[in-house]
Design a protein around this ligand. Structure first.
Ligand code: PMP
Length: 399
């Protein structure tokens, strides 16, 4: 009997499976809206100018690649803190935030999950229903039992806020609650500041542990606006976690640039927490890679590059918004009469289109338009060329 005879085949990643199906499709007009990346108006993954300039400067003065400290480049961690909490934040001045460089936003979540497992091994983790598909697997693999709180309300084309609040109110103290800071993936529906106030109050009253996942800062309303929920949690005085990803906001997907910040009650606790985060990192991959984080640190701390980044980020955000408006207009022109205002209310890269799995399958088989069976489409993959194809196909299955 061989060592691996009993190993079972793991289920295929549903989104990667969709990509394979797309690649095999011979329809010349096919469009892939199943992806989770931003494409520019030409349907290309952009290389941001601020990134190219920072890389050119690094190349002009090449450096040897020594090991980084376990928690990453100090200037990078500082830049992450500035973005997430605001550069003049009182809790930063009070040294109440432990921040480490991480391998993408996923890495930030995983470091946080591993640390929490040591701290509170029997805690339940609550994620939104639905959520980014890796949340459940990541926390399950970190050893937690994972449940979901209500979030999407299909009939309302919005959020089941009462259901969410009721679930959080019923949760036991110590329950870890994963919250999407902005641009909820996959639905695109975000809480209002007033709703966030209620969530913060409930989390505080029930003694829950908030874990904010911020993978799209700057893709919704703007850098500060998208980070506003962080200020609400800071004001509450709670201890909390924030994972950061620059995959989308810098179009640096493959460089795996992210972070984890843990807000603590005192500088002393922060130092202890940081020491534990470093053990998690050390025993997993020792220390993080150099290039992507150096690029991001240089862009964020060089005023001209920072200004260029903010401009390019705004360009991506506004283009997505313009595509939402254009999609609604094209669908209405094609004779769709139902209220489509939800499409422009949604934030970030994705839209829960409200289409059924059957309608999504028809989009693929009859029109070569690929989205996820949940009805999720990537608005950031729309452009002026493919939009008429997509709108015609959607209109056909919606009528
Ligand atoms: N959280 C959410 C909500 C995401 O959508 C993503 C990426 N799609 C991540 C985390 C992971 O980000 P990264 O690719 O930087 O690991």
């Amino acid at each position: 009997m061989s060592l691996f005879a009993a190993v079972e085949m793991a289920p295929r990643d549903p989104i990667l499976g969709l990509n394979e199906q797309f690649n095999a499709d011979t329809n010349p007009g096919k469009v892939n809206l199943g992806v989770g990346v931003y494409y520019d108006e030409n349907g290309k993954l952009p290389l941001l100018k601020c990134v190219a300039q920072a890389e050119a400067a690094l190349q002009a003065d090449p450096k040897a690649r020594g090991y980084l400290p376990i928690d990453g480049i100090a200037a990078y961690d500082k830049a992450v803190q500035g973005l997430v909490f605001g550069a003049d934040s009182a809790i930063l001045a009070a040294k109440r935030v432990a921040t480490v460089q991480a391998i993408g936003g996923t890495g930030g979540l995983k470091i946080g999950a591993d640390f929490l497992k040591r701290l509170n091994p029997n805690a339940l983790v609550l994620i939104s229903d639905p959520s980014w598909e890796n949340h459940r697997a990541l926390f399950t693999n970190a050893g937690f039992k994972v449940d979901a709180y209500p979030y999407y309300d299909a009939a309302k084309r919005g959020i089941n806020f009462d259901g969410m609040l009721t679930a959080l109110n019923a949760a036991q103290a110590g329950t870890i609650v994963v919250l999407h800071a902005c641009c909820h993936n996959p639905t695109g529906y975000d809480l209002t500041p007033a709703q966030w106030d209620q969530i913060v109050a409930t989390v505080k009253a029930r003694g829950l542990v908030p874990f904010l996942d911020m993978a799209y800062q700057g893709f919704g309303e703007g850098i500060a606006q998208d980070g506003a929920v962080i200020q609400q949690f800071v004001a509450s005085g709670l201890d909390f976690f924030v994972s950061t990803s620059f995959s989308k906001s810098f179009s640096l997907y493959g460089e795996r640039v992210g972070g984890l910040s843990v807000v603590c009650a005192t500088a002393e606790e922060t130092a202890k927490v940081l020491s534990q985060l470093k053990i998690v990192i050390r025993t997993n991959y020792s220390n993080p890679p150099t290039h992507g984080a150096q690029v991001v640190a240089n862009v964020l701390s060089t005023p001209a590059l920072r200004a260029l980044w903010e401009e390019e980020l705004a360009g991506m955000r506004l283009r997505i918004r313009a595509m939402r408006v254009a999609l609604v207009e094209a669908l209405q022109k094609a004779g769709v009469t139902q209220d489509l205002s939800f499409v422009t209310r949604q934030k970030g890269m994705f839209s829960y289109s409200g289409l059924s799995a059957e309608q999504m399958q028809r989009l693929r088989s009859e029109f070569g338009v690929y989205g996820v069976d949940s009805g999720r489409i990537c608005v950031a993959a729309l452009n002026e060329k493919n939009l008429p194809v997509v709108a015609a196909a959607m209109a056909a299955v919606m009528k």
